[in-house]
Design a protein around this ligand. Structure first.
Ligand code: IPE
Length: 264
């Protein structure tokens, strides 16, 4: 499909991550919708969980291998409900800004095996794009034949779809400028890595991986690792700061902006 673009909206940008009960960041969502409107062509928007996904996932013990099956299963309704609320807010904002779009929730079609995707039908996504609708898909809780239920993250969805649909551009929006040589929240003078390629890949991943704040750069190191695989095919990949107005617009227009690009 011509110039198919995937944009991940990080949960820490589109929700108020520290607020409970989960609250959407409407200002950010409507500004992002306006930036997305500048894109011409097929579009997939992947939502992270933010407050809507992570709070309930934490309460019901996801991510802790000792959590009993019953507790994980008991968490399904509230994670699903919250993620549905978040996705509908984004859907409304996109439609209100002239981007016809529909939500396709993973829970009803994706099955997992021990935390990994086992089955992820993509025909409905293709057909929706062919019907000139943007697809909104979100991190979710999914049924798992080993663990009972497991979390499917927006990052994992992005990488999976980029490979399965041969997506040309993948832009991962977060609340930091990209990948740093060290954790920027520990060292405010840390240097942003503007390009990761085969020459610096190993040292960048090692630096990000040994950082103290595992939820920022631990997550970043994992993101980077997975995304680097994509960049080695024919896909453009960038991690950027979605909290800064204009950067998404620049990426969509193929203009230079502050971010980390992957060019392996
Ligand atoms: C998490 O997705 C999904 C749920 C917890 C249901 P992500 O891990 O991609 O979310 P963010 O972007 O980090 O919040």
């Amino acid at each position: 499909m011509k110039s198919l673009t995937l944009v991940k909206l990080g949960g820490s940008v589109i929700t108020q991550k520290q607020v409970s009960p989960p609250t959407v960041n409407m200002m950010a969502i409507s500004r992002i919708a306006k930036e997305l409107r500048t894109h011409q062509g097929p579009l997939i928007v992947v939502l992270g969980g933010g407050a809507h996904g992570h709070q309930a996932a934490h309460i019901y013990g996801f991510g802790d291998p000792s959590t009993p099956l019953e507790k994980l299963l008991a968490g399904i309704p509230s994670i699903r409900h919250n993620m549905t609320l978040l996705s509908l807010e984004v859907e409304q904002a996109l439609n209100a800004n002239g981007i016809p779009s529909v939500v396709i929730p993973p829970y009803s079609s994706v099955s997992m095996h021990d935390g990994e995707i086992m089955n992820f039908p993509i025909d409905i996504i293709k057909w929706t794009l062919e019907a000139h609708c943007a697809v909104i898909i979100h991190g979710d809780v999914c049924l798992d034949d080993v663990q009972g239920a497991s979390i499917l993250s927006g990052d994992t969805i992005s990488v999976y779809l980029a490979k399965a649909l041969d997506i040309q551009r993948v832009f991962i929006g977060t609340d930091v400028d990209g990948i740093f040589e060290e954790d920027p929240r520990v060292n405010p003078n840390a240097t942003l890595v503007s390009v990761i390629d085969s020459s610096n890949k190993d040292s960048v991943l090692a630096g990000a991986g040994t950082s103290a704040a595992t939820d920022v750069t631990g997550g970043m190191a994992r993101k980077a690792q997975e995304l680097l695989e994509l960049a080695s095919q024919t896909t453009q990949v960038a991690i950027f700061n979605l909290t800064v107005p204009g950067r998404l617009t620049a990426l969509l227009a193929d203009k230079s902006t502050t971010c980390t690009r992957m060019e392996c």
